[in-house]
Ligand binder design. Structure first.
Ligand SMILES: *Cc1c(COP(=O)(O)O)cnc(C)c1O
Length: 391
């Protein structure tokens, strides 16, 4: 009999009823150290007092009005994002998937209005993840996500990760944009080298196409800069954001330059909930922390410590781990045993990690994790690895 919850997830046998900072707590009181952060969502950890205050204060005033009216918190969040990034304008969504939908629509509309309506194709990459909508799965293109869901939205080309020749050859008179994650998340924590991101920017400029970055997972301070592309000193034309921006409240957005967004006038796109007062009140509170240079300096310091300790862990357990990868506090451990077993051994050691493709486990702690908690996480990872070795 089908369960009352559509069984699209293989869930771990864990159920949390409370969160405190970097900790998740089960009904029986067991405390798990959280290196998953709800898949890079709880950027400020669980139940951060500023987020609780922002949400409850707004909840007592006004929940929802729709985008038929002005929303002060939405205006404030848009202004904060525009001030802190390359973007001139922002559209708010409820999720990363919806941000992907708009990014694709915006790129196509740009060329439509520019008198090049034949430019509709988006070039994306193997191992990518852009969400589970029809555009999202067509953009990622993997067999695992698309099988049985055809006909797929047309207009996507998929190239191997890091194949420059294939990329140059793939751009033609039908290309509208290149879509890429600066650090692949679901694909196994694969950072794109700065040189490659710069090269992509140059290539897009030379060929007159748009660069769309998916920073849904790697953005919002995760890599130690507000957005990951800042490491390469470049800017996209369009960027998708979600996950960390809401700190756990569903919120996403598309950021764009004035030029890239020029086709998106009244009536061209919409969302009933996108950017509602509750979401934006929380988003402003998240931005107030994460966009602060001192906060980002702290992320970098902790990331350096964590990376160094993880290198030691890999050296101590060469039969379990192959390498550390990633950027900032978006880290991955490539495993030599099935990653699901490592995740499970972590649970036994009261530690939460998240599996990814390429036999990697992801370590995506709250950006507010302390140095003492990093040390504790490493000792729990060590215990998990030791348990796997002696099993
Ligand atoms: C999670 C994710 C998405 C999809 O976001 P949802 O909020 O789950 O719709 C898109 N792109 C990337 C890179 C992601 O990590």
């Amino acid at each position: 009999m089908i369960p009352s919850i559509l069984p699209t997830y293989n869930r771990a046998p864990l159920s949390f009823v409370k969160g405190e900072g970097s900790w998740l707590i089960e009904a029986d009181g067991r405390r798990f150290l959280d290196l998953g952060a709800g898949i890079a969502v709880n950027a400020l950890g669980h139940a951060h007092p500023d987020l609780v205050a922002a949400l409850t204060e707004q909840a007592g005033k006004l929940w929802h009005t729709s985008n038929l009216y002005h929303i002060p918190a939405q205006q404030e969040l848009a202004d904060r994002l525009v001030a802190a990034t390359f973007a001139d304008t922002v559209f708010f969504t409820n999720s990363g998937t919806e941000a992907c939908e708009l990014a694709v629509k915006m790129a196509r509309k740009f060329f439509h209005d520019a008198g090049q309506p034949e430019r509709t194709d988006i070039i994306a990459f193997e191992g990518a993840f852009h969400g589970r909508s029809s555009a999202g799965i067509a953009a990622a293109g993997s067999e695992k996500m698309t099988r049985g869901f055809g006909p797929l939205l047309p207009g996507f080309k998929h190239l191997p990760w890091g194949d420059h020749d294939a990329l140059h050859a793939a751009i033609d008179a039908h290309t509208a944009a290149i879509l890429i994650e600066p650090v692949q998340g679901e694909g196994g924590i694969r950072p794109l080298p700065d040189q490659c991101l710069k090269g992509l920017r140059d290539l897009c400029d030379e060929r007159g196409i748009l660069l769309i970055l998916d920073e849904v997972q790697c953005g919002m301070g995760r890599t130690g800069r507000l957005f990951a592309h800042e490491w390469a000193g470049i800017a996209p034309d369009i960027m998708m954001v979600a996950k960390g921006i809401g700190g756990g409240f569903p919120l996403g957005e598309v950021l764009a330059t004035e030029r890239a967004a020029s086709g998106m006038g009244p009536g061209t796109h919409g969302s009933t909930y996108g950017g509602n007062p509750l979401a934006c009140a929380v988003g402003c509170a998240v931005m107030a922390h994460v966009a602060d240079p001192d906060f980002l300096a702290g992320v970098n310091r902790k990331a350096g410590l964590m990376r160094q300790r993880l290198e030691g862990l890999v050296a101590a357990h060469p039969g379990v781990f192959e390498e550390v990868r990633g950027l900032g506090l978006m880290l991955g451990l490539k495993c030599r045993v099935p990653n699901a077993e490592v995740v499970r051994a972590g649970h036994e050691a009261l530690l939460v990690t998240v599996p990814a493709a390429d036999n990697v486990i992801r370590l995506l702690p709250p950006l507010t994790i302390t140095e003492a908690e990093i040390a504790e996480a490493l000792s729990r990872l060590d215990a998990a690895a030791t348990a796997l070795e002696t099993a």
